[in-house]
Ligand binder design. Structure first.
Ligand code: AMP
Length: 145
């Protein structure tokens, strides 16, 4: 088991480790599933945030959710992509984490999620915190302490 003597890093705010909103691919409420599938495929990301027109975080959308929504009895009904809206298929039950939360909360949540959507207190999307970035920071910490 890894043992670290100094646990100060657990109390560092996550703000410094966030990939900022302007660098994060997203879709907007009202976009259709065809557009979302295009963004997901072109970027190569497994899931992306869904925002409203005021940049508030509304949910998360992954390729699996889109495929699931067009599964027919015998075939995938691609023609439905155009009429399906992202808000009808996105996952709204996503963990809540805000910019002032600490490293420890991020670490705990990232055990079950590859990335977390981070907001300001008022729900404005601030960016994402990825497992990759947190693991890199954790590794850096372990090697230097
Ligand atoms: P990574 O740590 O780069 O492997 O990213 C893990 C997941 O985080 C990706 O599959 C995406 O779902 C999400 N992600 C990472 N970077 C971005 C980004 N710039 N825009 C949107 N989603 C991202």
């Amino acid at each position: 088991m890894i043992s670290v003597n100094n646990r100060d890093f657990l109390h560092v705010p996550i703000a410094d480790y966030i990939i900022p909103a302007e660098k994060v691919a997203h879709v907007q409420i009202g976009n259709n599933a065809e557009h979302a599938l295009l963004v997901l495929t072109k970027t190569g990301y497994s899931a992306i945030p869904v925002l409203d027109t005021k940049n508030h975080l509304k949910g998360l959308l992954g390729i699996g959710m889109i495929t699931d929504s067009i599964l027919g009895m015998e075939r995938i009904e691609y023609e439905r992509l155009e009429d399906l809206r992202v808000d009808d298929i996105m996952d709204v039950a996503i963990p809540r984490i805000i910019t002032t939360d600490k490293f420890q909360k991020g670490l705990d949540l990232l055990i079950n999620h590859t990335f977390l959507c981070v907001t300001e207190e008022d729900g404005t999307f601030a960016g994402i915190l990825t497992r990759r970035v947190m693991l890199k920071e954790f590794k850096k910490y372990i090697y230097t302490n």
